[in-house]
Design a protein around this ligand. Structure first.
Ligand code: NAD
Length: 427
């Protein structure tokens, strides 16, 4: 079967700089390993559906501001779309397309019965009052309501969104459709049908695969030096778990700056202080301030990028000292940086595996909502550990059989599951 495309839309181009171009390049590395499925790859090289919406919001001062927002359904061959909603000033369509595509691969790699989706609003949520944030969220939900639903596409938190945002989304969707279905979003507060353990799940998953990777590398966790970029939902939990297990978190970076402490930072104290979102890291007593560039060069064993995509590039990859990189963020490493790490023997546990704990517990939340039967936190954490360990073992084994990176092995597992489903369904 041969495939031709009716148009070469520029936003679908492999040559495009940024996350979408990076995703397509990552796919290119998998194609030679799946020759039988090659004709179906074209379906992964474009999203199934992309929605751009205008979100007008009445601000507290009486003015109206229009925000551009998106919801992208990348692939639904294996089930309803699943993926977070991002509130960040740099959100744009190709970024949301890439984030949705990474969700397709991640969900399939973990064998969750979901396709991939993602949404976003181009806004700095830190500049909004509580009321403005609520009005923005409700209007965004109304605008994307034709696309989302517990059996079509299920949003969750991502950068700049949280449990409260999910509560407003669930409520707005319910009021608009007349359906009292909490399962339209995951990452909700427990009082609204959220799952115990969901908030910590992504960071916990990063920690779990970190332990497994350290064992493979014959590195010890106690005393290991860790650097973490991003102290939000993902980075803060990962930093705390590594620190509690005896590792030394020597450097952290967030949007306010970066700090370093040779003896290790007091993570509990740091996170307590960070509860005030506007508090800068810069003036923390007993720590040394780092530039953004110097952060990547810190002497450490484990590096955890847990903020935004495109952070590790051909410009800084050769200066990274860590032996192990755990991708808490989605898309933090460009394909060029991947090559440098591969050459230098730095092990990268890719996003589609390392940060899959969040969507795994989102899946548990969705299952609990459908069954209206709720699990204990211990049950959630045990099942999360099992899922992550199984996926890690499968990816590790395939990478060694094929002599490829963990990313390419994870994509091989994920893409073959999606493309077999596509083939069985037909066009
Ligand atoms: P968050 O909004 O809770 O935190 C984001 C953190 O990144 C903050 O500490 C912020 O200060 C920092 N940050 C933002 N811009 C930065 C910059 N330019 N330089 C340095 N730091 C910066 O977001 P999150 O939910 O923790 O998500 C972080 C990453 O993890 C994203 O890539 C997201 O897609 C990915 N992820 C999140 C989840 C989840 O469950 N929340 C699941 C899987 C993957």
């Amino acid at each position: 079967m041969s495939v031709t495309t009716s148009s070469e839309l520029s936003y679908l181009s492999i040559n495009q700089a940024g996350p979408w171009g990076n995703f397509v390049q990552q796919l290119e590395r998998v194609k030679p390993h799946l020759p039988d499925l090659e004709p179906w790859f074209a379906s992964l090289e474009r999203p199934e559906r992309s929605l751009i919406v205008d979100v007008p919001v009445r601000m507290d001062n009486g003015n109206t501001v229009h925000f551009e927002a998106y919801r992208v359904l990348h692939n639904t061959a294996r089930g309803p779309g699943k993926g977070g909603v991002r509130y960040h000033p740099s959100v744009n369509l190709p970024e949301v397309m890439a984030l949705a595509a990474w969700m397709s691969v991640k969900n399939a790699t973990l064998n969750l019965p979901f396709g991939g989706a993602k949404g976003g609003v181009r806004v700095d949520p830190h500049m909004l009052s509580h009321g403005e944030l609520e009005r923005l969220t409700r209007r965004y939900t109304q605008e994307i309501a034709p696309m989302i639903g517990p059996d079509t596409d299920i949003p969750a938190p991502d950068v700049g969104t949280n449990q409260q945002v999910m509560a407003w989304m669930a409520d707005s969707y319910g009021r608009q459709t007349g359906l009292a279905v909490n399962g339209v979003v995951t990452g909700k507060p427990v009082e609204l049908g959220g799952s115990l353990g969901r908030q910590e799940a992504t960071g916990r998953g990063v920690f779990t695969v970190g332990q497994l990777a350290l064992a493979q590398l014959k590195m010890r966790l106690p005393g290991a030096r860790v650097a973490v970029q991003g102290l939000g939902n993902v980075g803060s939990v990962a930093a705390r778990l590594f620190s509690q297990a005896g590792a030394k978190v020597v450097a952290v970076q967030d949007r306010s700056g970066a700090i370093f402490s040779e003896g290790g930072l007091d993570i509990d104290a740091l996170l307590e202080r960070k509860k005030n979102a506007r508090q800068s890291l810069a003036d923390l007593a007993g720590t040394q301030t780092l530039t953004t560039e110097a952060f990547w060069e810190v002497d450490c064993d484990i590096l955890i990028p847990a903020a935004l995509e495109g952070q590790l590039t051909e410009h800084n990859a050769s200066r990274v000292k860590a032996r192990l990189i755990l991708e808490g963020a989605n898309g933090p490493t460009t394909p060029q940086a991947d090559d440098i790490f591969q050459e230098r023997g730095v092990l990268v546990v890719p996003d589609v595996l390392a940060n899959a704990g969040g969507v795994t517990v989102s899946y548990f939340e969705w299952v609990q909502n459908k069954a209206s039967y709720y699990w204990s936190e211990q049950e959630v954490n045990e099942r999360l550990g099992q899922h992550m360990a199984q996926a890690f073992a499968a990816v590790w084994q395939l990478a060694h059989e094929k002599g490829v990176s963990l990313r390419t092995a994870a994509y091989l597992i994920g893409c073959s599951r999606i493309l077999r489903a596509s083939e069985l369904r037909g066009l």
